[in-house]
Write a protein that binds this ligand. Sequence first.
Ligand SMILES: [Cu+2]
Length: 171
Amino acid sequence: MPKDFWPTYSAMANTHGGVVLLGVREKSGVFTVAGLPNAAKVRADLFNNLNNPGKVSVNLLTDADVQEVTINGAVHGEHTPLQGKIGDRIELMFMNPTMMMHPMHLHGHAFQVVNINGKAINGAMRDTVYVPPMAMVTVALDAGEAARWMLHCHHMPHLSTGMMTEFAVSA
Ligand SMILES: [Cu+2]
């Protein structure tokens, strides 16, 4: 837990509240995702402090106020890249078991939407697909240049809390 979390927390408690994003780095106004290597430990530290009367007089936060966003069960920094070889035909299935919507974006590729909720479609070519709450969307693509391509949710609060993985293309 970064030290400047607590002044921020205290300031928010005295106003109308707010949102704190962890795992994000800011340099001259530009935000990049650093990821949280051990989100479980950060969560434990947070609640140890929140429930310590020497630190916080009345804790108003519950576990449900702290949200981790993941792809394949992992936040950025703990993720295992998806794999492919140049020219491979690949299908990516996005299953969204949440009530949030996720515009999923893949770098360096155009993909075709081929299935929505089990129904095959001949969809448009694009590089971002909106995955509605509780929906399943499959896209198909030909793996491009050998590189590690970012695959992430384009909703900033989700991206900045780690909803990013990689599509690693090898020769
Ligand atoms: Cu999202």
